[in-house]
Design a protein around this ligand. Sequence first.
Ligand code: NAP
Length: 335
Amino acid sequence: MTLRVGVIGAGNIGQDHIRRLSHVLSSACVTAVADVDLDRARTASHAAGAEVFQSGHDLIAAPSVDAVVVATWGPSHEEYVLAALAMGKPVFCEKPLAPTTEACLRIVDAEIARGRRLVQVGFMRRFDAGYRAMKAVVDKGTLGAPLLVHCAHRGPSAPPTFTSDMLITDSTIHELDLMRWLLGEETVAVTVLRPRSSTARTDLISPQVVLLESESGVLADVEVFVNAVYGYDIRCEVVGELGTVSLGDFGNVVVAHAGQRSTYVPDHWIERFMAAYDVEMQAWVDSIGAGRAVGPTAWDGYAATAVAAACLESLQSGRRVTVQMRPCPDFYATG
Ligand code: NAP
């Protein structure tokens, strides 16, 4: 059976998801596209031959739509995810699930009230082959107990609209999710440090260093640097009692030539995580067919936003901030 998907938001990632669902994945097609910018929706829908809607709510209600992808900007995610839940339609929501913990909890509560998991959040790094291999090593126990995690999240340049808070809410949010997933523990406290800023943008605090403390005391440091000029460079190393595991460079090709050792660095996140997006969305499509939800849950979306809220407080105060979270409901512990 082919899953008929409606995509709300036809910007950068929405267009890429439409292409993926239409031409790369199996058992799925795009039947509807909505965007506040009707021309953008029309253009994006063209190759898929999909119906165009100006209202995301009309798209969710359409009989031609079995499942929904939400790829609009963060503050509008809640209303569309809640509308999809109200209709009992599975929904893939791009990160962040919602920008505030209150909004995330309204989604969590609505999903629990519905009685079955219908939400998958777009934390696609959990589907990246490199991160999966790292997690397998950590879970196997070869390294002993994890003690430290070192991460870097660097991009070449940030758009003029990108703010200092967005280094946390848009960029580091991926590492905030990854730490919980890699370690299998909640993050309990955070501190955000402000090193000397790049002169590329005087209005932006970039880089930042985010320190995350897990329940058992593992310390993770995340360097987030959105105007690093040279490329899109993602690094991660887990240091355990008996050894370390590191994420390989993109493509794992190292060239040694004329007294230099060099490796390729992509210049865009789409290129670095292309395969992970494909695997992520195929897993979502397959899970709906199988009637068993997989991947990051609405609870994971809430947890990442809760840690991000603590980071924003620490960015302002410069102090260590304790993460405030509800206890995890059984619904997600077993789901
Ligand atoms: P974008 O290029 O700005 O696209 C968003 C589109 O949605 C725009 O066409 C926008 O129209 C439209 N829109 C905004 N509010 C809407 C609403 N209420 N109803 C219908 N359409 C609406 O943004 P993007 O870069 O694709 O990002 C979209 C989401 O994906 C964000 O949450 C972002 O964090 C996430 N994302 C995730 C990843 C990842 O790695 N998982 C990567 C990139 C983005 P206007 O431009 O007219 O506002």
